[in-house]
Design a protein around this ligand. Structure first.
Ligand code: KG4
Ligand code: ZN
Length: 332
């Protein structure tokens, strides 16, 4: 089956076409970075308005790049949550209208699940595996047993890792989105220069906490030592504190669960230090590590079209009463 996927959960308007036999035919993402840059974070109302303006050209481009129209598309998949309600509604209303007009089936997709299976667009990973989803809104560990079986192992108790990166970048006077800026600056820095705190919580905990690190950075930057510190060293030391915990907790979860396979997902998994460290430590721990290419780490509709195709081919379509949700349905 060939499926059109639509994603608008946060600040990117995206559409893609995935075909079960031909693979990914198009993958279009329209970024809203310039709309939100002045605010240092996503402004929900501005995001919804921009989605409304972008959705038609983005979907048209995805269809034309895939040389597909109603004749070729067998179904429409769309992200329904978690995310910003206004943003999600733009995607859902558009997807419903299109599916209704074309008389095609509709499939609602959970944003976290689509991230966790994004790797399949490049490589089939044997089940089960441990997935670390690290993005601007989420930092969670899952045991993934199959396409319909994703088990939550733990998550952040406060800030998400991407949020920590973005807030740290703001404190350092860097641009937005901050994760990319810190990643870039950290390459010239000494990552062992400042010992920022690592929140390991209890020994076997799969939960995370990054708010203490954020406060530690703010306190440090206000101190005499912080005021004279090189930005590169602060960025590298901060990044190291985040990465060490992400890598350590992911491999501990893999060991505890007896699953020597780890998949990374979400925007923060584009981080170069995280990618290097999880590969090195994974090798040492005897675990296979799967890293999606960077375009599949950040928000995209290819992962929505892929999972939608699997579900629709299995007869798992959604009704016309399909609705959006703001909060993650994954919890202990
Ligand atoms: O998955 P995503 O595109 O959107 C959601 O939050 O769902 O993730 C965006 C987050 C932002 O916080 C951004 O700063 C972070 O991913 N990010 C990075 C890097 N690239 C994007 N964080 C660290 N290093 C990067 N290279
Ligand atoms: Zn995301």
């Amino acid at each position: 089956m060939r499926v059109l996927g639509i994603e608008s959960s946060c600040d990117d308007t995206a559409a893609a076409v995935y075909d079960a036999s031909a693979g990914l035919l198009s993958n279009v993402v329209s970024s809203q970075v310039s709309v939100h840059a002045d605010y240092g974070g996503v402004v929900p109302e501005l995001a919804s308005r921009k989605h409304i303006r972008s959705i038609v050209p983005v979907v048209e481009r995805a269809l034309s790049e895939a040389t597909s129209g109603p004749g070729e598309i067998g179904g429409v998949a769309v992200t329904v949550g978690p995310g910003l309600i206004g943003s999600l509604l733009v995607g859902l209303c558009f997807a419903k209208s299109l599916a209704f007009a074309w008389d095609r089936s509709l499939c609602g997709i959970d944003h976290l699940e689509s991230h966790v299976f994004a790797i399949f667009l490049e490589k089939a990973v044997p089940f089960p595996y441990i997935a670390l989803l690290v993005s601007g809104g989420h930092t969670s560990l899952f045991r993934v047993e199959g396409f319909e079986s994703v088990v939550f192992l733990g998550g952040t108790l406060d800030d998400a890792a991407g949020e920590a990166f973005d807030k740290a970048a703001k404190q350092l006077g860097l641009g937005y989105p901050g994760g990319v800026e810190i990643d870039r600056l950290a390459r010239q820095g000494d990552r062992g220069r400042f010992p920022f705190p690592r929140a390991w919580l209890s020994p076997d905990s799969a939960d995370f906490s990054f708010s203490g690190l954020k406060t530690a950075l703010r306190t440090f930057l206000g101190s005499p030592e912080g005021r004279s510190a090189r930005g590169e060293d602060v960025a590298a030391s901060f990044q190291e504190a985040v990465v060490e915990v992400l890598v350590g907790k992911t491999l501990s979860a893999a060991r505890r669960e007896g699953i020597p396979r780890v998949v990374l997902a979400g925007g923060v998994s584009a981080n170069s230090r995280l990618r290097d460290r999880i590969e090195e430590e994974g090798r040492r721990a005897g675990a296979e590590v799967y890293l999606p290419s960077r375009v599949l780490c950040t928000d995209n509709a290819a992962m929505v079209a892929f999972l939608g195709e699997r579900r629709l081919s299995a007869g798992l379509s959604s009704g016309w009463d399909l609705n959006v949700y703001a909060s993650s349905r994954f919890s202990r």
